[in-house]
Design a protein around this ligand. Structure first.
Ligand SMILES: Cc1cc2nc3c(=O)[nH]c(=O)nc-3n(C[C@H](O)[C@H](O)[C@H](O)COP(=O)(O)OP(=O)(O)OC[C@H]3O[C@@H](n4cnc5c(N)ncnc54)[C@H](O)[C@@H]3O)c2cc1C
Length: 443
């Protein structure tokens, strides 16, 4: 028996939208068809969710119901020699890493947190620091089990010619329930990373270092989004590779600190964020150079602080992540940074990265060749929305687009303009599935 019950305060990672939801938590794959029937009986449109690490409203469905998949977390088939892993969709990357790293294996693509589920990562076709080498996660997905609301169970592969595989990769949970997935994993020599940190004084230097770093497996940069004038575009570039030798430690790092309460909003202001950014830059500059780093702090520095979103207080935060094509990346990135530093509304966590040209397989996959800038804005209501509107204008003019998993307020026309296949995608949406995001942008 599976039942939906009301949970009062469901939020995504950004926390701007919080609302009561009808929620069911299946324990077994056999529960899923029963959940479909129960939702149908109660007249509820469904959405499967993972660990709700999406910042936006793509994992929310206040007028319908949520199916929390996190108890479906079992490995189904794992063949280390073949580097093939099949698991239920609710398994977290944290759990998978515990199986993989000790065997000299690693995820082919990972986002900046390991607290995401396999199904959620596929439904957003996530990218990582190795996008320029590996593309998105969807390129490594070999098979998907998909359950549609009419009870049909499908096994989809990249060779599928109906379009449903391409719609489900990056499909924001709207094509049905991903029940399990099979991915190809990669070999690594150890659980140690050989990293190098290089300060850059401006955007020209950033693009120069990015070009010289294409041979590195991983690249990413932190950028001081409040620096102005001659300091505009300064930051710290990190590049790295898996060390070929060293310990294969089991991956059992838990968050070391937990943000105890929501911070009052006044603590995050121009002065405190500006001071943090300045200190971070100068500290990074002092420590520039090569170092050997354990695998978790290299990939998941934020996971060391549990519930860090509480720093943004009850009002939550928006994340703004854009990608603009190579021909406009310099001008558009500069214009966005000028707009942000002039407004004095910035974040600690501004990230800049060049994407490579490996094609994403999903119809709605976000990554495309060019430069991506991601940053958090504390939610200050209209002030923040006006600033994001100014950034939208720059991204639109540059022919770029925004990441639906991150941005809980993408204007509908901007989504449609940025994702030219959205109407083809809409043909594959399961008629009994919906999300707050989809209702906002497509209906
Ligand atoms: C600190 C931090 C760093 C991040 N860094 C990155 C990054 O570097 N790159 C990147 O791409 N993203 C990044 N993200 C975003 C995050 O990786 C994605 O939002 C990810 O998809 C979240 O997975 P989840 O399991 O929490 O899914 P949820 O947020 O719960 O859901 C995401 C989507 O997947 C759908 N879904 C979930 N499970 C299923 C299922 N079983 N069947 C069908 N649909 C399903 C949901 O309906 C929803 O549309 C980051 C997030 C955080 C908090």
């Amino acid at each position: 028996m599976i039942r939906f019950s009301r949970s009062n305060d469901i939020r995504s990672w950004g926390g701007v939208l919080r609302a009561p939801h009808q929620v069911a938590r299946p324990l077994w794959r056999d529960d899923l068809p029963r959940a479909l029937v129960a939702a149908r009986d109660e007249g509820l449109h469904l959405l499967a969710t993972g660990l709700r690490r999406s910042y936006s409203d793509t994992c929310l469905n206040p007028d319908g119901a949520l199916l929390e998949m996190t108890s479906l977390d079992r490995a189904i088939f794992f063949e280390p020699e073949l580097r093939i892993l099949r698991a239920e969709a609710g398994v977290s990357f944290d759990t998978l890493l515990k199986m993989l790293i000790r065997r000299g294996l690693f995820l082919p693509v990972t986002p900046g947190t390991r607290f995401v589920t396999l199904g959620g990562a596929i439904a957003n076709d996530v990218h990582g620091k190795n996008h320029h080498r590996a593309g998105t996660l969807g390129r490594w997905v070999k098979r998907i089990g998909l359950l549609r609301s009419d009870g049909t169970e499908l096994e989809l592969t990249p060779q599928d010619n109906t379009g449903l595989f391409a719609a489900t990769i990056g499909g924001l949970g709207l094509t049905g329930i991903i029940t399990w997935a099979e991915i190809e994993v990669m070999s690594i020599g150890s659980a140690i990373m050989e990293a190098e940190n290089i300060p850059f004084a401006n955007l020209d230097e950033f693009f120069q270092i990015a070009q010289e770093s294409e041979g590195y497996e991983y690249t990413v940069s932190w950028i001081d989004c409040l620096a102005k004038g001659k300091d505009l575009g300064r930051g710290l570039f990190t590049r790295g590779n898996h060390a070929s030798k060293g310990a294969r430690l089991p991956s059992n790092a838990e968050p070391k600190l937990t943000m105890p309460l929501n911070f009052p909003a006044f603590i995050l202001n121009r002065l405190s964020i500006g001071a943090f950014n300045g200190l971070y830059y100068w500290n990074g500059k002092r420590k520039a150079g090569r170092e050997a780093v354990p695998i978790h702090p290299f990939f998941y520095p934020l996971d060391a602080i549990g519930h860090w979103y509480r720093m943004y207080g009850r009002a939550g935060m928006y994340q703004y992540q854009s990608v603009v094509p190579p021909e406009n990346e310099r001008d558009a990135t500069k214009a966005m940074l000028e707009t942000i530093s002039t407004a004095g509304e910035g974040s600690f966590l501004a990230v800049l990265k060049t994407f490579g040209d490996r094609l994403s397989p999903g119809m709605l996959s976000f990554p495309r060749p060019g430069t991506t800038l991601a940053l958090d804005f504390p939610n200050r209501g209209e002030v923040t929305l006006r600033l994001m509107g100014r950034l939208d204008a720059i991204v639109r003019e540059a022919g770029g687009r925004l990441y639906p998993a991150k941005d809980g307020r993408i204007p509908a026309d901007m989504f449609r303009a940025g994702y030219s296949q959205w109407e083809d995608f809409a043909q594959h949406v399961d008629p009994h599935f919906q999300s707050h995001f989809w209702k906002r942008v497509a209906q």
